[in-house]
Design a protein around this ligand. Structure first.
Ligand SMILES: NC(=O)C1=CN([C@@H]2O[C@H](COP(=O)(O)OP(=O)(O)OC[C@H]3O[C@@H](n4cnc5c(N)ncnc54)[C@H](OP(=O)(O)O)[C@@H]3O)[C@@H](O)[C@H]2O)C=CC1
Ligand SMILES: Nc1nc2c(ncn2[C@@H]2O[C@H](COP(=O)(O)O)[C@@H](O)[C@H]2O)c(=O)[nH]1
Length: 327
């Protein structure tokens, strides 16, 4: 493939500014029939989101996807969110019991507004079959399917009925898929997104590899409607998971959904755990992301996210920084 690059290799080129203040720039996005304040969603991982954070995000017009690792709580979660007049957004897998769960929701008259099929290798018959099952029993749920890394996968999942596709195999901060299997989009996630966008007729979610807020603007430029982020959302006051103190500093755990910490066993492990420096309140990060994205839009010469989609860019290999040395 030609022109393989990642986030750190790209710089977007500024256009003439048309606003007097960055406050005029609107970062909101319509996704699955709802308007959200940011084109950003915290990863559906156990150390990133829990019911309390989901509630906060929904109440404050942010998009969220609840993880699937406490499966028995999902039905009540959907009921509770909807009784509060909020949208419900959950994840499912593809094992037999997940088929029964979808039917259980339908029998209870509960339609989650968003259902994400959360599978490592999403270009699979198992995922295609689950998309069809959800569309049969819960036709009004907006189905996000993934993860994939090729245009053919996007076509196949869209063809099966997916309303959006999630792109990203192996670029995540706690991912070891690329090392253990030799496969994935790690190191060229942004180019893979661009490749997938050529085939997509429905929204794409760029998932994994976001290391700076500028990477959100770059994802939009290369075809994402929404950006899923794990590590930048880890380590907050509200983040689920253990907190430890070391040399007077606080750290919070962040582990992969395919790590032994998630699975409780060392079988097919494709994720690891790391400790993230404590970051303070989640809202501070969301606010900073919004301000930075408003600034990105102003550099793109517009007032809305659409301005980002057509800006020119240069590929400057490793010119910003290498790997994860961010600040
Ligand atoms: N975005 C990414 O790069 C990655 C994300 N993850 C995350 O880890 C979590 C666990 O994912 P996953 O293992 O899919 O979910 P599950 O553990 O629920 O496995 C789902 C089913 O798919 C099978 N399966 C898993 N991987 C493969 C594969 N490579 N080829 C064929 N069948 C497979 C499993 O069987 P069996 O285990 O017996 O093979 C199981 O029957 C998810 O949250 C996922 O998002 C994991 C790796 C990569
Ligand atoms: N290969 C693995 N990928 C994983 C695992 N758990 C989650 N993920 C993916 O990472 C992103 C978050 O990436 P980040 O760079 O923003 O931290 C997440 O949304 C999943 O797609 C895992 O165990 N192995």
């Amino acid at each position: 493939m030609e022109n393989v690059f990642d986030y750190e290799d790209i710089q977007l080129i500024p256009e003439k500014c048309i606003v007097k203040s960055r406050k005029e720039c609107d970062t909101s996005i319509e996704f699955g029939g709802r308007k959200f304040r940011l084109p950003v969603v915290p990863a559906n991982m156990q150390t990133i989101i829990d019911e309390k954070i989901a509630l906060y995000l929904a109440e404050n017009d942010y998009f969220y996807i609840m993880h699937r690792f406490n499966p028995e709580t999902r039905l009540d979660f959907v009921k509770d969110m909807q009784e509060r007049g909020l949208y419900a957004s959950i994840s499912v897998g593809v094992k037999d019991e997940e088929y029964a769960f979808v039917e259980e929701l339908a029998e209870a008259g509960l339609t989650p507004e968003y259902i994400t099929i959360d599978i490592a290798h999403g270009h699979a018959d198992t995922v295609i079959s689950m998309i069809k099952h959800i569309k049969k029993y819960l036709p009004n749920s907006f189905v996000i399917a993934g993860n994939v890394g090729t245009p053919q996968a996007v076509r196949d999942l869209e063809q099966a009925g997916a309303d959006a596709t999630k792109v990203g195999i192996g670029p995540g901060k706690v991912c070891i898929t690329k090392i253990k299997t030799g496969f994935g989009t790690g190191g060229w996630q942004l180019a893979a997104l661009r490749w997938c966008a050529k085939a997509a007729t429905k929204p794409l979610i760029a998932d994994g590899g976001i290391r700076t807020h500028g990477d959100i603007a770059k994802s939009i430029r290369f075809g994402a409607s929404m950006v899923m982020i794990g590590s930048l959302f880890a380590g907050h006051e509200e983040s689920p998971g253990q907190t430890v103190e070391k040399d007077g500093k606080l750290y919070k755990e962040y582990f992969g959904s395919a790590s032994e910490f998630q699975k409780g066993e060392r079988r097919n492990v494709e994720g690891k755990k790391m400790w993230v420096a404590y970051k303070g309140p989640l809202q501070d990060t969301l606010t900073e992301m919004e301000e930075d994205l408003q600034s990105s839009i102003s550099y793109a010469g517009g007032k809305t996210l659409s301005a980002l989609r057509n800006v020119d860019y240069v590929i400057v290999k490793n010119s910003i920084f290498n790997g994860d040395r961010v600040y």
